[in-house]
Design a protein. Structure first.
Length: 318
């Protein structure tokens, strides 16, 4: 199926209809809309800015010839990573080892984000909801970034659990937000960390102000030893637990090897986390939380000019 498909014309048309339905569904799903706006804003000028599903005009016009050309270029044995996980029969391993593969490098496209002096801003007005969605992102160097393990801790400290700084402030103390999520997203050579939350339209200014107060505090102050160790233990426990899901574990191993050519097991990752101290966290935050690294995406019923002016005032103090 993978290397000897015939791409029947009738099957292509059936699948085209399915993809168009998925495309329409995504364009009516607020989570998908938000994700696409983030990718377009953070990764503008690179191939990552485009949605995986593509655009309707391309879905309509793509043909068998186009598909075969792409398939022959990228869907090769040399470009393939196979992950076996479980009680594997010896004969299966021997069979896979017998497959003849040319010793040639995988095909990668190198990406880099353009340097900017100011943050990127994307606003989408939505008059049909009482909620505003806010995503604040800071660009990184993805899987090749030397600070990637520090980013994992920073996102957990800010909003990775119900004891995180932003959850305790925006949810518990001030009661402003409906939900909160912080995470790091890595590709081979680019990436970003994201702070995402939703709240009542009238709470925009307070939410944005208190959110950036926590960011500013991390940027200019040291955390205590206990707080760092607690977060290291939390992140390490999540890594260990994730290995219990065979599919998730295999996907993570395959993705990392595909993009880096290495397998970084859980023991090594936990060792890297345990090297991190308050000085590393503060220095990383200081270099990360800068105007030129930032992208802000907002969806909601807001006055664009008014909130942009408010954002400028807050960020100029960062």
């Amino acid at each position: 199926m993978l290397f000897n498909s015939i791409f029947n014309e009738d099957e292509i048309e059936i699948e085209r209809k399915v993809i168009k339905e998925e495309y329409i569904k995504d364009n009516n799903d607020i989570s998908s809309i938000t994700d696409e706006l983030i990718m377009d804003t953070v990764f503008g000028g690179t191939h990552y800015q485009h949605p995986v599903i593509g655009y309707l005009k391309n879905i309509n016009k793509i043909n068998r010839k186009d598909m075969l050309k792409y398939w022959k270029k990228y869907y090769t044995k040399e470009n393939c990573v196979i992950v076996l996980n479980g009680n594997i029969e010896k004969e299966l391993i021997q069979h896979i080892d017998s497959i003849q593969i040319k010793n040639s490098p995988m095909i990668y496209k190198t990406h880099s984000l353009k340097e900017t002096q100011h943050y990127k801003f994307k606003f989408k007005n939505d008059n049909h909801t009482d909620q505003t969605i806010l995503s604040v992102c800071f660009k990184t160097l993805g899987l090749k970034d030397n600070n990637r393990y520090s980013y994992d801790l920073i996102t957990n400290i800010l909003g990775g659990n119900m004891s995180s700084k932003l959850f305790m402030s925006l949810r518990e103390k001030y009661g402003l937000i409906y939900d909160l999520n912080c995470d790091s997203h890595n590709f081979k050579d680019v990436g970003y960390i994201e702070i995402h939350c939703s709240f009542d339209n009238k709470n925009f200014e307070k939410t944005f102000q208190y959110l950036f107060e926590e960011i500013k505090h991390l940027k200019y102050n040291y955390l205590n030893h206990k707080e760092i160790k607690d977060n290291i233990n939390f992140v390490s426990s999540n890594i260990i637990m994730s290995q219990e899901d065979a599919i998730s574990f295999s996907e993570n191993i395959g993705n990392e090897y595909l993009l880096t050519g290495k397998i970084n097991n859980s023991i090594n990752k936990i060792k890297e986390y345990n090297k991190i101290d308050k000085y590393n966290i503060q220095k990383t935050c200081y270099n990360l939380f800068k105007n030129e690294n930032m992208s802000i995406v907002i969806i909601g019923k807001q006055n664009k000019i008014k909130i942009k002016s408010f954002i400028d005032d807050i960020i100029n103090k960062l």
